[in-house]
Design a protein around this ligand. Structure first.
Ligand code: KG4
Ligand code: ZN
Length: 340
């Protein structure tokens, strides 16, 4: 007997991207992302504007995802949505939309933890992408989070360490602000870093015990350094931008890799996956590829479209939960500080 196909609609609205994706079993049929340009003017995400934009985007984005996938909403088996963590106003838009549609179609509703989704994105069936075997280590690096997680099974995860202040993406974005770059600054710093000298300037590395991270001291160190140099030479930033970006990137990636090495040492696990916006970064990708040769690690790096926030990762968690019949109650609430 042929196996029945399972169609899942995933909805992501935790921060400033409205996204909808359709999955057939573990394969992506569509993944539509509407990013919100409005925040660029403010140099960061403005929560109230984000939730308004989600309200405008959500219907057309879901419509487009269905159309691209070539399926009708009546064919859906379940709807998965981001319950948290994220901005409350933004989460509420996705949550209430998902509830109403699932209720209207009389199909199961599945709530998804955004941080678990960044990790489980590796279980999307893709050509040339191998799925990590359990247990593996996952480092989630984004604008809101920095964690090292031991993944025992799809839904049994232990946080081994996390940031005690800023997230690594914030370190990129705040440094970018000091340098007069647009928001988010990560991609631009990464691009310029490849043209500069990573050892031109030295920044202090935080001293945090164990597997926790800290990035706020580095941010302040960069701010004071730039202020001092600009005082001596008003053109300092323009004249040295690539070198500054390369040095910032070298410091940040050094911090991430040192913690990963310690996690491998402590757990003995050498299968390493990364996820979240900063996993698009060229230096972390290269460092992990190099670690395969140098330390015998196996690295799992997501495709670019599954690094920054997207609904495909929400839909794959929906599919995995669907198989376990792990459905949500209709009174499930959006939870801004949801833990793994
Ligand atoms: O996962 P994500 O889309 O949203 C959150 O959940 O936070 O991550 C966004 C973050 C931003 O801070 C952005 O600057 C950073 O990811 N980012 C990068 C790169 N691409 C995006 N950081 C460094 N290098 C990149 N290539
Ligand atoms: Zn994210």
């Amino acid at each position: 007997m042929e196996k029945e196909n399972i169609y899942i609609l995933g909805i992501e609205s935790s921060c400033d991207d409205t996204s909808a994706a359709i999955l057939c079993n573990d394969q992506i049929l569509s993944n539509v992302v509407a990013d919100q340009k409005i925040h660029t003017e403010y140099g960061g995400v403005v929560p109230e504007l984000a939730s308004r934009a989600h309200q405008q985007n959500i219907v057309p984005v879901v419509h487009q995802a269905l159309e691209k996938a070539g399926i009708k909403k009546e064919q859906l088996n379940a709807i998965a949505f981001t319950r948290g963590p994220g901005l409350m106003g933004s989460l509420l838009v996705g949550t209430s939309f998902a509830k109403s549609l699932a209720f209207g179609l009389d199909i199961p509703l599945i709530d998804v933890n955004h941080m678990q989704a960044h990790i489980l994105t590796h279980f999307i069936d893709e050509k040339d992408h191998k799925k990590p075997p359990f247990p593996f280590l996952a480092m989630t690096i984004s604008g809101g989070h920095t964690q090292i997680v031991k993944v025992n099974t799809h839904f049994d995860m232990e946080v081994l360490g996390e940031t005690i202040d800023d997230a690594v993406g914030e370190a990129y974005d705040k440094s970018g602000k000091v340098l007069g770059l647009g928001y988010p600054a990560g991609p631009e710093i990464d691009r310029r870093a490849q043209l500069g000298n990573p050892k031109a300037y030295q920044f202090t590395k935080p001293k945090v015990d164990g597997l926790n991270f800290s990035f706020s001291g580095l941010k302040t160190n960069i701010l004071y350094f730039i202020q001092r140099e600009v005082k001596a030479n008003p053109n300092f930033i323009e004249e040295n931008l690539n070198d500054i970006c390369a040095s910032i990137q070298y410091t940040i990636i050094g911090i991430l890799m040192a913690k990963l090495k310690l996690a491998v040492k402590q757990t003995g696990i050498k299968h390493i996956a990364i996820g979240g916006g900063v996993s698009a970064n060229s230096s972390i990708r290269k460092a992990l590829k190099d670690a395969e040769q140098k330390f015998g690690w196996t690295s799992y790096i997501p495709k670019f479209e599954y690094t920054t926030d997207n609904a495909a990762m929400i839909a794959i968690v929906g599919y995995l939960k669907y198989l376990e019949k792990d459905f949500s109650d209709f009174n499930v609430m959006a939870t801004a500080r949801l833990k793994i």
